[in-house]
Ligand binder design. Structure first.
Ligand code: GDP
Length: 362
């Protein structure tokens, strides 16, 4: 048919890479995410950010404004970065997509003074197992004794402003982290020395408080995604949506809803969806697609805006009947023109995998 011919020639669109933040408790995951959200907001104009359900989208222009000369938007055709809001590897392990990790790329946050801790090693184990590329953010460089903070500066500029004593102290902490990575089987180096990010892990010194090094971190994430993940980011935007359930929540006026990260295709109002549930796949119809309302006051009734459809990658709240037994971490699929039984079988197969994983982890 004509429709088929069109979709066959329609070029695929590149979606936003999904970024997760992992690391030991108190090493600065939440502060880093808040800083990225906050400074993106204060950059104002260009594209700012969009607050999604469970995620924050930072468009390429905003990444470039935050990263200054380190990110020239003309060098990239990926649309930006989508940060999953819930940090920590507990959420990461349960968030899968078609058997792999939901996140395309990860940031492992390590406190430069505290160094490797049990949850740092756990995070690396998970990333190794899922084959997820990552960078290490060596955080809290501003706590180095004698540090002379350079608010928002790229790391080289910050180094230039430090006493020899302070930079040497930082360097010795950074090399300790590089050594620890090597003990875990990852060949690593300071990111500006890394030639091939597929072979070597880049370590980016940052402060989530003073924003030093955050331009570099964003530049490395964009560069890595553009260089090594472009093919993986090619999606058929008009295809039936595929996503992962982050949370199952009751919302006044909507009943049970799903917070979902969509990583492929589109979901629209009235679409039939199949969702993983405690008693097996649930087949239902989308009643409403909800986005957080910008600047909504806490006490106002209307915390959400309805949208007609959403395209990957994005975070969205889905209201539909019969979601009471839906599970966090479960797959969600739009049926559209596909065979319902096939989609159910697909969801069933993924559910079985999740159960095996949970058993393995005890
Ligand atoms: P999480 O448990 O990994 O999410 O860690 P948090 O983001 O909650 O940070 C733990 C503590 O470290 C908080 O008191 C933060 O203010 C502090 N912190 C985080 N990043 C930095 C940093 O870059 N510099 C300094 N000085 N403190 C930081």
């Amino acid at each position: 048919s004509d429709a088929d011919a069109n979709s066959a020639t329609e070029p695929n669109t590149l979606r936003t890479p999904i970024v997760a933040v992992l690391g030991h408790v108190d090493h600065g995951k939440t502060t880093l995410l808040d800083k990225i959200r906050g400074s993106a907001v204060s950059e104002g104009e260009a594209g700012a950010i969009t607050q999604h359900i469970g995620a924050t989208a930072v468009p390429l222009e905003t990444v470039s404004e935050m990263a200054g000369s380190l990110v020239d938007p003309d060098d990239f055709d990926l649309p930006g970065l989508l940060f999953i809001d819930t940090p920590g590897h507990h959420s990461f392990t349960t968030l899968r997509s078609r058997g792999g990790a939901l996140a395309d790329i990860a940031i492992v946050v390590v406190d430069v003074n505290d160094g490797f801790q049990p949850q740092t090693i756990e995070a690396l184990d998970i990333l190794r197992r899922t084959g997820t590329p990552f960078v290490v953010a060596a955080n809290k460089i501003d706590t180095t004794p004698g540090w002379n903070p350079q608010e928002g500066s790229p790391i080289q500029k910050t180094y230039d402003a430090q006493s020899q004593n302070a930079s040497q102290r930082l360097d010795s902490n950074l090399y300790e982290i590089i050594g620890n990575l090597s003990d875990e089987g990852f060949s690593a180096d300071l990111y500006w020395r890394v030639q091939n990010f597929q072979k070597n892990v880049g370590v980016v010194p940052i402060s989530a408080i003073t924003s030093e090094g955050i331009p570099d971190l964003l530049a490395v994430l964009m560069g890595l995604s553009q260089r090594y993940m472009k093919e993986q980011m090619e999606i058929d935007v008009s295809g039936p949506g595929a996503g992962t359930v982050l949370e199952v929540k009751d919302e006044r006026g909507f009943g049970t809803t799903l917070d979902v990260v969509l990583y492929d295709g589109t979901v629209s109002e009235d679409d039939t969806i199949v969702v993983g549930g405690m008693d097996g796949p649930i087949v239902t119809d989308v009643r409403a697609l909800l986005q957080p309302r910008p600047n909504a006051e806490i006490r106002t009734e209307k915390r959400f805006d309805k949208v007609e459809s959403v395209t990957a990658a994005s975070g969205i709240k889905i209201a539909a009947p019969d979601l009471e037994l839906a599970m966090a971490g479960a797959p969600i699929r739009v049926v559209r023109d596909r065979n319902l039984d096939e989609v159910i079988a697909e969801v069933e197969a993924e559910l079985a995998e999740i159960e095996v994983d949970t058993e393995e982890e005890g």
